[in-house]
Design a protein around this ligand. Structure first.
Ligand SMILES: Nc1ncnc2c1ncn2[C@@H]1O[C@H](COP(=O)(O)OP(=O)(O)OP(=O)(O)O)[C@@H](O)[C@H]1O
Length: 218
């Protein structure tokens, strides 16, 4: 179980009217998908960044399966995050961007390469393995980032508006892949405004209001 226990964060600078103080309480079980929504600026990215380890909480605790992970570095946490900006390396071709998620030194096995090819084929990008991110459309870059995330073997998957703008066929393919990760006990936190994505994947929903997570009516 992932447990955020009064995990707080405070931005030192903000515009008038913005929420600056956050205090998150939530639980997420292995194999579960929890959807979080809330208005722009509510703190959804802040929550993901705290769980991923890119922000350090002021107070509170984050634990995974009973282990306190509050102070662990991002790469020590077993978390994969798909951000809205896709985070691809511009100088690396598609296959390497995906491969980095499997082997940081890019010493890929034949099985790694097979899975990369299969993942790209499933999202209609079989012919694009050698392209650089700058030679892809926004939606194609998004699919590369998703294939990379879905092929990583981490127990926690954080998705920030992951399927926005993708066509129906690709979304359904990716829903199926997320479902299969859930069956393999991956815990998924899905930030999404998209009703269809939430209905397809989420077991539970929370809403972020005034810096707090509230239960959301189905
Ligand atoms: N580095 C920062 N310094 C000061 N304030 C920040 C910083 N980053 C975010 N904020 C503010 O904190 C609040 C929460 O931001 P956050 O990005 O978590 O919201 P969000 O719910 O993800 O928004 P969106 O849906 O628009 O992506 C916003 O009011 C934002 O302006």
């Amino acid at each position: 179980m992932l447990i955020a226990d009064a995990l707080s964060f405070h931005y030192s600078r903000a515009e008038p009217g913005q929420t600056l103080d956050f205090c998150f309480d939530m639980q997420l079980a292995p194999g579960e998908c929890l959807a979080v929504d809330g208005p722009s600026g509510a703190g959804k990215s802040t929550l993901l960044n705290l769980i991923a380890g890119f922000l350090t909480p002021a107070t509170g605790q984050l634990s995974w399966k009973g282990e306190d992970i509050t102070r662990l570095k991002p790469w020590q946490r077993g978390v994969t995050t798909v951000f809205q900006d896709h985070n691809l390396f511009d100088h690396l071709p598609v296959w390497a961007n995906i491969g980095l998620g499997m082997a940081a030194d890019l010493r890929l096995t034949a099985e790694h390469r097979r899975r990369i090819a299969e993942g790209l084929e499933q999202v209609g990008m079989a012919e694009m393995t050698e392209r650089l991110p700058g030679e892809l459309s926004g939606g194609q870059r998004q699919r590369v980032a998703l294939v990379r995330a879905l092929l990583r073997d981490t127990p926690l998957l954080l998705l920030d508006e992951p399927f926005t703008g993708l066509d129906r066929a690709n979304r359904e393919t990716l829903w199926t892949q997320v479902e299969s990760l859930k069956r393999r006990e991956v815990a998924v936190l899905l930030v999404s405004h998209d009703v269809e994505d939430v209905e397809a994947l989420a077991d539970r929903r929370l809403r972020l209001v005034n810096g707090r997570l509230l239960s959301s009516v189905q």
